[in-house]
Design a protein. Structure first.
Length: 319
């Protein structure tokens, strides 16, 4: 009898919730949702302190940082999440970046309860209706920025698929070239190798095509390796080419500020900000590197094509 009563209560509650969804009334658990609090009448109210963290995550991602790096930096700075703890996970960042509620909309019934006793919930794959409500609550992220992030997520996914990169966004401050050095001969990625020596002065860090020795007994890719230090210099030279040809690049990007693609518009605006008052640099700038560089294609170890995130390519020769 108690079980039947629990089932009846659960069914009535479920019916009531779905009826509200049909009417466009949203119900969100704010306990595990960073950026919002529950208002007096059950509506979502922006928590400005938390909203700053959300905006930072979106900006950092569009500035070229990976989800793993964003999570690590938030943790290092002891910034607290929804649970009051400063332990951040890459999966949490990914979910936040794709959550439509941050742009003020709400997709309702993403999950549903399959067992009224255990309260087990599963992902809704079409078993029951979903409801999308536009402008259901105040937005933390501008819709254009949110759309640009979705396009950037897809761009990175397509890039990884094209070059056979298993793990996305694993470039770090200490290893900024991971997943971004491409072989000009076979199209594979380059891997980082350390050539050790009893003499520390002779220790070298190099990048070599991952298909150099792919098949035993057969010659692999013939492309030459390139020194890690050389890649830092390549970026400096490529950036200085942009600065020295500022008028050309500024005119090019100004036309793209009104593009229909939200990511193209965002990148055009960011590139203009970076180059507008920039001067020739002598040292590697990690932040600018992540914001403008997509890849470096290596030919014979001394000719590098630097691909910018706007599609432009700059050729650099190493002597």
């Amino acid at each position: 009898m108690q079980q039947d009563e629990s089932r009846s209560i659960s069914e009535n509650s479920t019916w009531g919730i779905r009826r509200k969804y049909e009417q466009g009334k949203i119900s969100v658990n704010c306990t595990k949702f960073l950026g919002y609090d529950k208002g007096e009448y059950g509506n979502l109210v922006i928590n400005e302190k938390q909203a700053k963290i959300v905006r930072r995550i979106y900006t950092d991602y569009l500035d070229g940082k990976g989800t793993n790096r964003i999570a690590r930096e938030l943790g290092d700075e002891e910034i607290k999440g929804w649970n009051g703890k400063s332990k951040w996970y890459e999966s949490t960042i990914r979910k936040m970046l794709s959550n439509e509620k941050y742009k003020g909309d709400a997709l309702l019934q993403k999950t549903y309860t399959v067992d009224f006793l255990t309260k087990k919930r599963v992902k809704n794959k079409g078993e029951i209706p979903k409801y999308y409500v536009e402008e259901s609550h105040p937005a933390i992220i501008d819709k254009a920025i949110w759309e640009a992030v979705q396009l950037e997520i897809e761009r990175r996914r397509a890039f990884a698929e094209k070059y056979g990169i298993v793990k996305l966004d694993y470039a770090t401050v200490d290893n900024p070239f991971a997943g971004r050095i491409i072989c000009g001969c076979c199209g594979s990625t380059f891997g980082r190798k350390v050539w050790n020596s009893t003499d520390d002065r002779l220790r070298r860090v190099v990048w070599r095509c991952n298909k150099k020795y792919e098949v035993k007994g057969k010659k692999g890719c013939k492309n030459k390796h390139i020194d890690d230090k050389a890649l830092y210099k390549v970026f400096v030279e490529a950036f200085n080419v942009m600065v020295q040809n500022k008028c050309y690049f500024m005119e090019k990007w100004s036309f793209r500020k009104d593009d229909v693609n939200a990511l193209v518009r965002y990148k055009a605006g960011e590139f203009i900000k970076i180059i507008e008052d920039a001067e020739v640099i002598e040292e590697f700038d990690i932040d600018i590197y992540f914001r403008i560089i997509e890849k470096m294609i290596v030919f014979e170890g001394n000719r590098i094509i630097v691909g910018l995130l706007d599609g432009t390519e700059v050729e650099v020769l190493i002597e």
